[in-house]
Each structure stands twice: as structure tokens, then as C-alpha cells.
Design a protein around this ligand. Structure first.
Ligand code: PLP
Length: 580
């Protein structure tokens, strides 16, 4: 059998409740003065859960009203249960439960002290006050406003143990109800009680928390760590506003745990989040294009009061972890549309385009054969082998030098040669996405770029960026290309005079030479200042930025990939340092 009452006390708004009988003015006055001097309410009242009619505690209800309280602790019972009986103090044989409820719901109340409610607990019939929980709730709490407040404005004052927080997390998640409010000081928003609830809500990404605001000066504080200095009100406020936080379980304000009833949904993000924001994807291909834009992040180590520096992290593309996923996707999609994608594709690559093409080809069930210069790091062969590509190493220094051979072999073997150096899908994808995305990101910050720095390989991404920004902001945006110094190898980029398609169509304000060592040092610098392991052409971009930057403006660094493919070059660099 289910129990006819709930054992927990809940805090409920006074104006939700209905009384069924008059009160005795003398008793009310006496009780009000007692509660006022105690500054606490000791016991919860009893209310019918179906009608909100008060069954016992009408004097307390009225006393709290007169003391300016907004809510009252109560225990709900199921008045329909045969375990609850109504009797009368006045020998009124006609008093029924129905009569009590009718009086509660109408304006016509019964005379004071008419009803007496009894409850069966086990075999015994007891006065219903037997289930009234001792709560000792400060009047402050009953007066204060319970609000849903912005979680960011709440200031924790103590550390919490994760083990203590997780049960609240699980409870809120499973019941969909947050039944514990946090108690905060009304002036400072520092937490007085409910740190675990607060942390659980934070872990649930709640934006709001149900909070009872009280005046800390009116609250009794109890220190809980006998070995430590007693916690004072000032200490609590300081811990919340300035820190450091107090150790877990340092203090409590004297309030029994209270119950409320707030649906968790009301506390979570209210806006509909679309799948993109939640990062849910229906395929790995979708992961690529729905994942755009790639992040734009401020490099605070390079930013000064008048100059902000932002890095676009192309390493956040999922397949090759580089800018080249974009062209792998667009070249393959265009070839598919034109019906030119065969069973196998051939491509000359310095690694990234090869990985991007092979990954996407794998999704589509197409094979890849890649031609790479001997100058490229060995680990690329391993990655491409994992992906199932066939790799041919050629005795050339530059990727572009392999094109003739690739083209003729593709013709003989009836393979598709997408040719990143000539294929306009390369430039187009950067115009449509990379450049526009960057502009949108900057506009969201209210910024116009004064200078964009990026490396030149096929020249696809920087030509598109130049085209877009020079058209949009004319010469207000300076475009700076980065190329390896003569006889230097920086994987992914090459010298302009080796022949580039789109570069020659566009305006570049400057092209700056970088040695491999400088590129490596640029990457090391960012790793040590910003914590990001960026690639070598990205390091070259950083080096050029450092060389040309003025102490004013908005600088954008396009960083094509991450450093993980270049362990070989980093290792050689460190070995050379040692031998010097
Ligand atoms: N950086 C790296 C690491 C690359 O792989 C590439 C291209 O292969 C580039 C820079 C140059 O990009 P783009 O071909 O768009 O000029």
C-alpha cells in the first residue's frame, strides 16, 4: 500500500493554500509573537495534496502571513486515504472530510478549532501532528524570494567533493525535478547552503538555479571543521567574492534541507539548440562540412592594447586535420557531379591533400594512389597506409614537380586526376566557405581585418581570402603571403616562382620568405605561449607575423594544420640545437 503522506517537508507559497476554519485571534497573536522571537518556524504544517486545503497548522499559516512570509514548510498527505480521519473538538457529529474540503474551497469557513485530524501509523491512530516534521526554518528563508537566478551570478564560497555532487546530478536528471534550492545572500549572491546542488546544476549545464535569497546577517552560521578557524559571515562573503574558496563542508547555515519543485527543463538552455551546435552528425562527411566554421581564436600572447591577433585553426578539420579537407571535399564532389570520379584517383600531394582525398574516397568506396616528393616526412606513409592509400615516393623536391607524371599515369590507368594545383574547386571552396566564414566570425566581433597572413602552396586558400577581403574592404585589408626561403623546405608551401594558378590573379601586398628553422621556432613559440601544437607552415605564418606586424590593427593568421605530422622535423631541430 502506498503511504498516505510524504515524509519530506516542502516549501510552498502561502497563497497557494486554503484554510478551512477560522483562527482564534488570541492564540494567533501568541503564536506569532513566539515565532517572531524564535526567528524560526519549528514544525511543518499538514496539507491535502489534492486540494491544497490545510488540515492542521492554520494558526502557523496565519502567523507567517502576518510576519511577512511568502512560503511555508508543509507535509502533503492524501486526504482521500482511509488512514486519515476527521474528528471534532466540538463534538460535532456531522463533520466529515467532505465538509472540511468544501469549507476549504469556499469562503464559508468552519469556526475555529472545529476539526481534529487523526492518522493511522501502523496500528495506531495518532493526532496528525505526529507526521509534522521538525524543520526549524529561519523566518528569513520563509520571507525571502525563491527565484530562478542566472547561474553565472551565483558565487560559490566552498569547494565541493565530486562524490557529493554526483548524486544530486543523477537525482535531478532522473526525476526531471530540482527539489533542493540553494540559499544565497541577497546582497552578494554568495552561496550559504546548497553547494552540491549548485555544482550538480552546473554540470548539467543549467543556466539558472532555484535560489532562496536571505540576509546573511540574519542567519545563524555553524562551523563544521573543528580543527580550523571558525567561519565568520565576513569570511564567507570574502570567500565568495574574492576567493580562495573554503574547504568542503566548512560551514552551514542552520536550515533543515528544504524541498521545492522546479522542473529541470526550466533551468536548462531555453533556446532550441540545433544539431550543429550540439555537434551531432549523420556521417563523417557531414562532420566535415557541418563542422564549419573552423575556430577563430585570439592569441593573447601576441595581442597588445591596440593590436588583436586571431588565428584560424584549420587543423580542426576532421580528416587530414588541415585546411586541405576543404578542397578534398569540393574537388571530389565536383568530380562526382560531373561523373568524372572513377574507381581510383591519383594525386600529387605533400600529405594533407592526400589524406583528405583518401579519407573521402574511402567513404565513397573509391581507391587513392598518391605521389609524394622524397622531401616529405616519413610518417606520412604510415598514415596513408592506415587509410589504405597506395603511396609512391618520387625523387623530386616539390609536389608540383610530380604533376606531369601523375597526369600521364592517370591517363594510362584511366584514373581520375583531380589536380589540386589547377582545379578551381580548390579556390571556390575557400571563397565560399573559408573566407566568408572568417568574415562572419570577425563581424560577430565587430572587427574588420587590417592584415591577413597565410602560406602559399597551391595558393588556393590565400588567393580566395585575398579576393574576398580585397573586394569587400579594398586596400584596408593587407594580404601577406608566406613562402619558403630559397632552398628551404617547409611542407605544404612553396615559392611563388614555382608557378601558382590563382596567386597571379589576385593582389598580395607582400610575400615573405621563411627558413625551416624559423617556421619551427614559430611553432614552438605558439606551443609554449598558447599551448597549441601547430604545424610548420603555421609556424612560418607566425614567424612572418612577428616580422611584419605593427603595434596596431586586427591581424589574422591562417594556420593550415597541427604539429603532429612533423615530429621528424621537430626532433632534428632539437638534435641540431644540442650538437651546436
Ligand atoms: N600548409 C600546409 C600544411 C599545407 O598542407 C598546404 C597545402 O598543401 C598549405 C599550407 C598551402 O595551402 P594552399 O594549397 O591552399 O596554398
Amino acid at each position: 500500500m502506498t503511504k498516505s503522506y510524504r515524509t519530506e517537508a516542502q516549501l510552498v507559497e502561502l497563497d497557494k493554500l486554503r484554510q478551512h476554519e477560522e483562527v482564534d485571534p488570541a492564540h494567533l497573536k501568541e503564536l506569532r509573537e513566539e515565532i517572531k522571537s524564535d526567528k524560526i518556524l519549528k514544525f511543518a504544517i499538514v496539507v491535502d495534496k489534492n486540494t491544497n486545503v490545510i488540515l492542521d497548522g492554520e494558526h502557523r499559516f496565519n502567523a507567517l502571513k502576518e510576519l511577512g512570509c511568502r512560503r511555508i514548510p508543509l507535509v502533503y498527505v492524501d486526504y482521500d486515504s482511509p488512514d486519515i480521519e476527521v474528528q471534532t473538538w466540538r463534538n460535532n457529529p456531522h463533520l466529515t472530510k467532505k465538509g472540511v474540503i468544501e469549507a476549504g474551497l469556499s469562503e464559508k469557513k468552519l469556526p475555529a478549532k472545529t476539526s481534529k485530524h487523526m492518522i493511522r501509523i501502523g496500528d495506531k491512530l495518532s493526532h496528525i501532528s505526529a507526521i509534522q516534521k521538525r524543520v526549524d526554518i529561519p523566518l528569513e528563508v520563509l520571507r525571502g524570494g525563491a527565484e530562478l537566478i542566472d547561474i553565472k551570478t551565483v558565487k560559490p564560497t566552498m569547494h565541493t567533493e565530486l562524490r557529493e555532487v554526483l548524486p544530486f546530478y543523477v537525482k535531478f536528471l532522473h526525476t526531471g525535478i530540482v527539489d533542493n534550492p540553494i540559499i544565497i545572500d541577497e546582497k552578494t549572491n554568495v552561496i550559504l547552503n546548497g553547494h552540491e546542488v549548485f555544482q550538480a546544476l552546473d554540470l548539467l549545464s543549467a543556466r539558472k538555479a532555484p535560489a532562496l535569497k536571505v540576509n546573511i546577517l540574519e542567519m545563524k552560521i555553524r562551523s563544521l571543521q573543528p580543527g580550523l578557524k571558525p567561519v565568520t559571515r565576513e569570511g564567507i562573503i570574502e570567500a565568495g567574492l574574492k576567493g580562495p574558496r573554503l574547504p568542503p563542508k566548512s560551514f552551514e547555515v542552520l536550515v533543515e534541507p528544504l524541498k521545492i519543485n522546479v522542473p529541470l527543463g526550466e533551468l536548462l538552455e531555453t533556446e532550441e539548440k540545433d544539431r550543429g551546435i550540439l555537434k551531432v552528425y549523420n556521417s563523417t562527411l557531414e562532420l566535415l562540412y557541418e563542422g564549419w566554421p573552423t575556430p577563430l581564436v585570439k592569441f593573447n600572447s601576441l595581442t597588445t592594447s591596440k593590436r588583436s591577433v586571431w588565428a584560424k585553426l584549420e587543423g580542426h578539420n576532421p580528416f587530414s586535420n588541415s585546411v586541405k579537407d576543404r578542397i578534398g571535399f569540393s574537388m571530389i564532389m565536383e568530380a562526382l557531379e560531373r561523373g568524372e570520379l572513377k574507381e581510383v584517383l591519383y594525386e600529387a600531394t605533400s600529405t594533407n591533400t592526400g589524406i583528405a582525398l583518401t579519407s573521402i574516397a574511402n567513404i565513397l568506396g573509391v581507391k587513392a594512389k598518391l605521389y609524394m616528393p622524397k622531401t616529405i616526412q616519413k610518417v606520412s606513409d604510415t598514415y596513408l597506409k592506415v587509410l589504405g592509400a597506395e603511396v609512391v615516393r618520387l625523387p623530386v623536391g616539390l609536389t608540383v614537380e610530380a604533376i606531369g607524371q601523375v597526369d600521364s599515369e592517370a591517363k594510362v590507368d584511366k584514373a581520375a586526376h583531380l589536380n589540386q594545383f589547377e582545379n578551381d574547386a580548390n579556390f571556390k571552396v575557400h571563397l565560399k566557405h573559408t573566407a566568408r566564414e572568417l568574415d562572419e566570425q570577425l563581424r560577430s566581433l565587430g572587427l574588420k581585418p587590417s592584415c591577413i597572413v597565410g602560406g602559399l602552396g597551391t595558393s588556393g586558400h590565400m588567393s580566395a581570402i585575398s579576393f574576398y577581403f580585397k573586394n569587400k574592404y579594398k586596400n584596408d585589408t593587407k594580404i601577406v603571403g608566406v613562402q619558403p626561403a630559397p632552398n628551404e623546405v617547409v611542407p605544404g608551401i612553396r615559392r611563388v616562382e614555382t608557378g601558382m594558378k590563382w596567386y597571379h590573379w589576385m593582389d598580395f601586398d607582400e610575400v615573405v620568405d621563411v627558413k625551416q628553422t624559423e617556421a619551427i621556432e614559430g611553432a614552438i613559440n605558439i606551443a609554449r605561449k598558447e599551448g597549441l601544437l601547430i604545424g610548420l607552415s603555421a609556424g612560418a605564418v607566425v614567424h612572418v607575423f612577428n616580422k611584419i606586424a605593427k603595434d596596431q590593427g586586427v591581424y589574422i593568421l591562417i594556420l593550415p594544420d597541427t604539429g603532429y605530422k612533423y615530429a621528424e622535423q621537430f626532433e632534428n631541430y632539437f638534435t641540431n640545437l644540442q650538437t651546436k
